[in-house]
Design a protein around this ligand. Structure first.
Ligand code: 8YV
Length: 329
């Protein structure tokens, strides 16, 4: 019987990351990579001092009360809306996330989704695969211009800035953004973006990319009123969290052609997708893959593992969300 601390890995991650964790801990993980239900997670967490989560496991006061030995939860995601940080802090449980390592890859995907949406890539491919392409025609899948059109960004953190740079430098786009706090003039010059108020952002963007963190206040940030402000020729791209967009209002705007198209990588009830979204042709839908390249996902998993190791063996953390709990154990 080993005296090493026990931890849980709540979803299958790369074997090399598990091996690294096993140098320090007894590790329990899902045998087949399937997510545990909240009840199973609570049960598996008994006796564990740390857990590696993947962004969808809810860590709240009720769970923490049932797992009093838990010291640290390391999220394999930059977003941490699955954490009740206040409850974690009052229980003395450290939360960590996985920022930076995914910034450029996620921005690449934001642009991929923007391009696919504006230029109707998936819609036209479905048409071709269905054998419906009989002849060239002037307006066959005519899409929206990308270069030189106005790129709007809601949320100007690291990923927003990386998207701004791509738009400004790569595609000659005027870039406007809105954020809780504007960037400094030097930062704005570096990324090539200009701060505007929210209404102006919705009204002027030709392509609007959502990259803001999902907090209760951000729920349905884009609803019927915001969609009504957008140009009918505009596209909306969501690589943040599904709950930021009112999907029913979005479907109505797309159906009525009050918005040209949308590209969505995230969904309010994911992995379930609002069936109405599947009935509109002018949407590009992807299964939450913005950070999904092997090197990036490995870097994210390694950072999450390194946070567990640093905290449980040395009492420090690389990317803590509530550093005030450090030292309380
Ligand atoms: C993750 C993400 O892959 O980092 C985030 O916040 O949304 C994605 O990069 C996803 O959350 C699963 O961990």
């Amino acid at each position: 019987m080993s005296a090493r601390p026990a931890i849980l890995v709540a979803r299958a991650v790369f074997p090399e990351v598990i091996d690294k964790l096993r140098l320090h801990f007894e590790v329990e993980t899902t045998p087949d990579g399937v997510a545990w239900s909240p009840a199973e997670l609570r049960e598996r967490l008994q006796g564990k001092v740390g857990v590696l989560t993947t962004g969808s496991e809810r860590i709240d006061g009720a769970l923490l009360a049932a797992c009093p030995q838990l010291k640290v939860v390391a999220n394999l995601a930059v977003g941490h809306n699955n954490f009740d940080l206040e409850a974690m802090t009052s229980a003395g449980v450290l939360g960590t996330n996985a920022p930076d390592v995914l910034t450029e890859t996620t921005a690449d995907f934001g642009f991929a989704l923007l391009m696919a949406t504006a230029r109707r890539v998936t819609e036209s491919e479905h048409y071709l695969r269905a054998g419906r392409w009989k002849q060239w025609s002037l307006d066959l899948f005519a899409g929206a211009e990308v270069h030189g059109s106005t790129l709007g960004i809601l949320g100007m953190g690291r990923i927003g800035q990386a998207i701004a740079r791509r738009g400004a430098l790569g595609f000659g786009m005027p870039v406007i953004y809105h954020n809780r706090s504007p960037l400094s003039p030097e930062q704005e010059a570096r990324v090539g973006a200009r701060y505007v108020d929210r209404d102006t952002l919705f009204a002027q963007a030709d392509h609007l990319v959502l990259v803001l963190p999902y907090t209760p206040a951000a729920h349905h940030t884009v609803g019927a009123a915001e969609l009504a402000r957008m140009k009918p020729t505009a596209t909306l791209i969501n690589i943040a969290r599904g709950g930021i967009v009112d999907e029913d209002a979005l479907v109505a705007a797309l159906r009525e052609q009050r918005l040209a198209a949308a590209g969505l990588d995230v969904f309010e009830g994911e992995p379930a997708v609002n069936p109405a979204l599947l009935t509109v042709p002018n949407v590009v839908l992807t299964p939450h893959i913005a950070s999904a390249t092997r090197p990036t996902r490995l870097a994210m998993a390694t950072l999450a593992a390194d946070n567990l190791i640093a905290y449980l063996t040395e009492g420090r953390a690389l990317t803590p969300l509530n550093p005030q709990v450090i030292g309380r154990h």
